[in-house]
Design a protein around this ligand. Structure first.
Ligand SMILES: Nc1ncnc2c1ncn2[C@@H]1O[C@H](COP(=O)(O)OP(=O)(O)OP(=O)(O)O)[C@@H](O)[C@H]1O
Ligand SMILES: Nc1ncnc2c1ncn2[C@@H]1O[C@H](COP(=O)(O)OP(=O)(O)OP(=O)(O)O)[C@@H](O)[C@H]1O
Ligand SMILES: [Mg+2]
Ligand SMILES: [Mg+2]
Lengths: 273, 273
């Protein structure tokens, strides 16, 4: 079972679009996928056509101890489950400020939930994907502590690497102090303006940056910059307004092709490629 | 003298690109423009080819009382001044948490600075533009309290209006409690994907939303949705990597045309159009 947190504290770089569409792509390929919406904006929840809040239990109730995963998750499609978010989650940062172990609440509940499913011949889920808000606060920390891997979506624009330093520093601290297995396993290039020199140059800088980490004892020494880039495609921006993944909304679009190819690349172990 | 805060707590919607390019457009049209970078990411500062930090005084020193405007500003071009940012500003949120009047520090220093220039026959500046970070914390509050007007850049995507509620609520509170003259004078549609139905639909929703406020006693009862939209144009994303405005980097591009037209629309009073 792979537990992947999708993280970048920079806003609007494709975290939610990536979580939804690789989640649905993997589910359509027959894998059992749990999606967790850790953002009070609840865009992941809305993107799947689900109601944030509205009497539903979700990540807020999980983090504040009033629900288990079994209670908080809902079916979102074939092979697909969701723990949704709500605006209440905005209060979590403040509510949890002096709670002991406030960064590992999600991890412990998830361990209980998947541990509970362990007597079957296969794990409860093949993939757990955690969509994080554009910040490095307690919500994202819960994502980092509950995950085994991090994917970083990047928009290949000038300054894409600027915020990376702070993010990697945070990941380093979590790896050192709380979650020793945590690795940055992938970088996803999103909103890629094909054919522009800017995109090409930034990708080159990103490859160089991660290439230099190869022989160092760092959680990003083996990060894959996925070969599949997600091209800018208006269909990807339209799909959420219909509460659909790209595969339901526009299955023949470049957006669908790119995310399907990315999901396949994610599922294949690096050595196979 | 118009003091305009450029605000949207959503990340990556065009705040900095708009501040730089309308600032430079107005300066090129002969107006005296002061730009203030209130974002610890210092993108405005970098976009103008200036060094964030690096021994320069800037907004951090202003807000923590160790510099005046006269000391902290630097010339950034013809008719153009800048108070730059630095990573130190990230600490301001914490450092100012219990400082009395922490939201009006910028306002008071700006009043002193422009007041000091008042014995000339024309004001120190024609425009003061304040670029705010993607949050509604003490930095953005300083922008809101120092300004007379707010421009809201919006990317016309699904959920563009979602964050607006929280932003307008904050503006309302500032207007009620601290800055009674504060108005939302404009909405700038940025990163507009021309020819797509999504952009058209969202703009329609935005117009409807602000139209409904017309007869109410609200700080956004007279908000102009600028007719000029800023189309998506890769040149606008490339310019900052050269430390240039769009007018120096690609003067014949759509990006330059759109921002020049927007600056003209901003400068013309609504009744004239
Ligand atoms: N490849 C793409 N082409 C066109 N539009 C896209 C693409 N990817 C995402 N978008 C759109 O861009 C906007 C930002 O994307 P998204 O919400 O996935 O980013 P995010 O990193 O999750 O943002 P936030 O920081 O607010 O959580 C959304 O309106 C989305 O629909
Ligand atoms: N019209 C446009 N066409 C293409 N790219 C654009 C356009 N406007 C802005 N960009 C690019 O999109 C990215 C986000 O823009 P910008 O930095 O201005 O947004 P912002 O709201 O200031 O972001 P933040 O919330 O991080 O401060 C930048 O890389 C910028 O160069
Ligand atoms: Mg998101
Ligand atoms: Mg900015």
């Amino acid at each position: 079972m792979r537990r992947i947190a999708i993280i970048n504290q920079k806003g609007g770089v494709g975290k939610t679009t990536t979580t939804v569409n690789i989640g649905v792509a993997l589910a359509r390929a027959g894998h059992r996928v749990l999606l967790i919406d850790l953002d009070p904006q609840a865009h992941l929840t809305l993107h799947l056509g689900q109601d944030p809040g509205a009497g539903q239990l979700g990540t807020y109730e999980l983090l504040t101890g009033s629900a288990s995963f079994a209670k908080a998750r809902r079916k979102a499609g074939q092979n697909l489950w969701l723990v949704g978010s709500s605006i209440d989650l905005a209060g979590a940062e403040v509510e949890l400020v002096s709670v002991v172990g406030r960064e590992v609440i999600l991890r412990d509940l998830l361990d209980q939930h998947v541990g509970a499913g362990r007597d079957h011949h296969r794990p409860q889920y093949d993939y757990v994907l955690i969509d994080c808000p554009p910040s490095l606060g307690v919500l994202t920390l819960n994502g980092l502590c509950a995950a085994g891997e991090v994917f970083i979506p990047l928009q290949p624009h000038y300054l894409a690497l600027q915020g990376l330093g702070k993010l990697l520093e945070t990941i380093s601290l979590v790896n050192k102090r709380i979650n020793p297995g945590l690795l940055v396993s992938g970088v996803v290039l999103c909103m890629y303006d094909a054919g522009t020199k800017l995109a090409g140059e930034v990708v080159q800088d990103v490859r160089t940056f991660f290439g230099e980490a190869k022989d160092q004892d760092l959680p990003w020494r083996a990060t894959r910059i996925f070969d599949t880039v997600i091209r800018r495609n208006i269909k990807l921006a339209e799909a959420p307004s219909y509460g659909q993944s790209i595969f339901d909304y526009a299955p023949d679009s470049n957006g669908a092709k790119d995310y399907a190819r990315l999901a396949a690349e994610i599922h294949a172990p690096p050595a196979v490629l």
